[in-house]
Every structure is written in structure tokens, then in C-alpha cells.
Design a binder for this molecule. Structure first.
Ligand SMILES: *Cc1c(COP(=O)(O)O)cnc(C)c1O
Ligand code: SF4
Length: 393
């Protein structure tokens, strides 16, 4: 029997009975946001085998877990793929020889002074608008900014960022990220997106990276979708690391976004113990295309402080890719990426299936081809240039 619980109070759900009885759809997303767990001890009455981590963990990175996410966690198993992503662990203590930087991608070096715009690549920018997310991932690459108490980037910085994008007519693609841009109110998003569209008509592609639909699906409302549609947001990339995160509620809210005419992509972080298995990845990406969400990138875990235990070795990532390409639908296969340290940028991790090799007799080269199942064939003709020789007078 479930206990009768009074949810009128804005309080945390500290017992299993309260959490079991809680319906995330029964109240606004803001109210659920206020009920987030922010200390591991708060989960002691809800989950078994909660690790009693040192308080020092909190000096590096805060904890925040929505009740919806806590409901998805296995009650007993600390190795549940959702618990591994969100519950703090002693493994976060810095590993000897591992990067100790909180900005190992060198984003600060590529940030336009006074703004929160990272302008690294030609013609497109990353606009970091929010300092927080609904639930904080232990492996987050932006730990340096995401666990700030303020929640949003300073208003002046946002204004200067919009100025920068408005005055640089070569920028044709703006990616709003953070933190999670959807932690803003609809009104604030309406303002930022509206200003971008009004003042930067040269921007052809406007996209948002958000994990909100995964961590707090009720954030996606018809009102929010109307704002996104009004400002012609063309793409939303969501972040899912394990099939367990795909729930009926998530599917329903994904559909809501799609009905606003927005294409959706999936980003996944390759995490040891969570999804470093061919079976898990095949299932995740097939479930994703079933929802009409196109797998876009699988990132290697960034070398951010406190995330060493999540790193999947590069050679294993190549194997995982080989377990997908050819074995599942082509549209379900994402590009694997390592983000190079110090601002090198995104680098594709691609096993080589087609290779040009010199012939032993020195007479040229041949092309050696290997298919997904390991069958090989040589295609020497692929190394030739068949265009007609140009006439010379
Ligand atoms: C990932 C990223 C982008 C977008 O890259 P795409 O490959 O176009 O998705 C833009 N700027 C920065 C700094 C990024 O890290
Ligand atoms: S959702 Fe993304 S930005 Fe937010 S904590 Fe997780 S990894 Fe970091």
C-alpha cells in the first residue's frame, strides 16, 4: 500500500514511499526542479547502497538529481547505468597522471572576450547561455561552469554575445548550449531567440543542445514548443547514454518537439560501465531512430577532472563502431568523436575499411577493402584516375 503523501509542500521526497507515489506529471517542471536532490544523504531513504562520498566531492562538482531521474534509478544496484551517471563516487578523486583541468577543451581560450560565445570553427558558434542543468552528470565536460549557483550566464554577457553574433555576418550557425538552455523560462528563451533572429538574419541554422527532455521531460510543454517554432529553431540535440532513459514520458515529449517541425538528433557520451557494449549501443540507437531521433555524435568522455573512471579506451571505441556499422540500420549509426584537448576541436574516430597500399613490385598502389563482417577484396582500379589526359600543344 502506498502511503498518502502531501505534495503541496515544496519539499524533497526523502522516503521511498513519497518517491513511489510521486507523479512527475502532476506538477509544473519548476516545482519538480525545486525538489531536486542536492546531497547524497538525501537519497539514503530512497535508494539502497548509496555510497557515502567525502564532502570534498562537492568542492569540485555539485550534485543535482530530479525526482523523475531518481525514479528511473535501480533501487539496489549502484552499477545501474543511471546511477553511474548521476550519483557521486569516490572514483572522482583525481587520478594520478590524469588531466586536472576543468577546461581541457580550451573553450575559454576560444571565448570571445566579454561574451559566452565560443568561436572556434569557421561560420558557426557555440553560445553558452545557461549555467545549470536539470540533473548534473558526473562526467560533464563543462563542470567549470555548470555547477554554479546562479543558473544563468550574466545578462550583460548574453547581450554582448547577441551583439557579437549580430555584427559578425559570417556566422551562419548558432548552437545554444550550456548548461541547459531549457532551464530558462519560456519568456527568457523567447527573448534570446527573438533577438538572435531579429538582429542576426544571416544566421541560417539555429540549434539547441539540451538534456532536459531526458532529465525532466515535463519541461517540454506546448508553450515552449510554440516559442521554439516561432523563432524557427531547426534542430534540438538531446543527450541519452542508455536505453533505460527512454521512457513513455520521454517519447511523448519528443513527439511534441517533432510536431513543432524541429529535427532531432541524439548525442551520447561513451561511458565505461554505462554503454561501452555493442548490445547496449545497438539497442540505444535503434530505439532512437524508432522515435525519429537521428543519432548524431558519440563522444569519448572528455579528460575533465573527476571523470577518469568513465574513459573508454580509443581502441575499444573503434570496436564499438565496428559493431554498429553494417550491423544496424545506417541512419542509426552516429559519428564517433574525440574532442581534442586544448581547443583542437572535434575529431572523428573512424576505423579504416578502405585503404590504399603500395604494390610490392613498386608499380603503383592497390586499394584494400574490408567489409563490416571482415570479408576483404582488392579494388586496384579505385586507385586510378580515369580522366582523359589533357591535350598539350
Ligand atoms: C561542437 C561544437 C560546435 C558544433 O559542431 P558541429 O560539428 O557543427 O555540430 C561548434 N562550436 C564548438 C566550440 C563546439 O564544441
Ligand atoms: S546535461 Fe550536459 S551540460 Fe548538463 S551536466 Fe550533463 S553533460 Fe553537463
Amino acid at each position: 500500500m502506498l502511503q498518502k503523501v502531501d505534495f503541496n509542500l515544496n519539499k524533497k521526497l526523502l522516503t521511498r514511499a513519497e518517491l513511489d507515489a510521486y507523479d512527475p506529471e502532476s506538477e509544473s517542471w519548476q516545482k519538480q526542479f525545486a525538489r531536486r536532490y542536492t546531497h547524497h544523504a538525501e537519497l539514503d531513504g530512497v535508494l539502497n547502497n548509496v555510497e557515502n562520498v567525502n564532502e570534498t566531492v562537492y568542492n569540485k562538482f555539485a550534485i543535482a538529481i530530479t525526482p523523475y531521474m531518481a525514479k528511473l534509478m535501480d533501487r539496489d544496484d549502484p552499477n545501474c547505468p543511471i546511477r553511474l551517471q548521476y550519483m557521486p563516487s569516490h572514483h572522482e578523486e583525481t587520478k594520478p597522471g590524469f588531466a586536472t583541468s576543468l577546461d581541457q577543451l580550451g573553450e575559454e581560450g576560444d571565448t570571445v572576450p566579454g561574451t559566452s560565445v565560443v568561436h572556434r570553427y569557421p561560420r558557426r558558434v557555440l553560445f553558452l547561455v545557461s549555467n545549470t542543468c536539470a540533473t548534473l552528470c558526473r562526467f560533464c565536460t563543462r563542470k567549470r561552469m555548470v555547477s554554479q549557483p546562479s543558473g544563468s550566464v550574466h545578462k550583460d554577457e548574453i547581450e554582448l554575445s547577441i551583439d557579437y553574433i549580430a555584427s559578425n555576418t559570417q556566422i551562419e550557425d548558432v548552437l545554444l548550449s550550456g548548461g541547459d538552455p531549457l532551464t530558462f523560462t519560456d519568456e527568457r528563451l523567447d527573448y534570446i531567440l527573438g533577438e538572435l533572429r531579429r538582429r542576426a538574419p544571416h544566421v541560417r541554422f539555429l540549434r539547441i543542445g539540451s538534456r532536459m527532455v531526458v532529465q525532466l521531460p515535463t519541461r517540454i510543454t506546448p508553450e515552449l514548443c510554440a516559442v521554439l517554432e516561432k523563432h524557427r529553431v531547426q534542430m534540438i540535440n538531446i543527450h541519452i547514454d542508455h536505453p533505460k532513459e527512454i521512457t513513455p514520458l520521454l517519447r511523448q515529449r519528443v513527439k511534441m518537439i517533432q510536431k513543432a517541425g524541429i529535427m532531432m538528433g541524439l548525442q551520447t557520451v561513451c561511458l565505461k560501465g554505462v554503454n561501452d557494449s555493442v548490445e547496449v549501443m545497438r539497442d540505444l540507437f535503434m530505439q532512437s531512430i524508432e522515435m525519429g531521433v537521428r543519432p548524431y555524435y558519440v563522444y569519448s568522455t572528455d579528460m575533465v577532472e573527476g571523470a577518469a573512471h568513465f574513459i573508454v579506451p580509443h581502441r575499444r571505441m573503434l570496436e564499438l563502431y565496428e559493431g554498429l556499422r553494417g550491423w544496424i540500420s545506417g541512419p542509426a549509426v552516429p559519428t564517433f568523436i574525440v574532442d581534442g584537448m586544448g581547443g583542437l576541436g572535434k575529431l572523428p574516430i573512424i576505423p579504416s575499411y578502405v585503404r590504399e597500399e603500395p604494390l610490392l613490385d613498386g608499380s603503383g598502389t592497390t586499394i584494400k577493402c574490408r567489409n563490416y563482417a571482415g570479408k576483404t577484396v582488392e579494388m586496384p582500379g579505385l586507385g586510378q584516375d580515369y580522366s582523359l589526359p589533357t591535350q598539350s600543344n
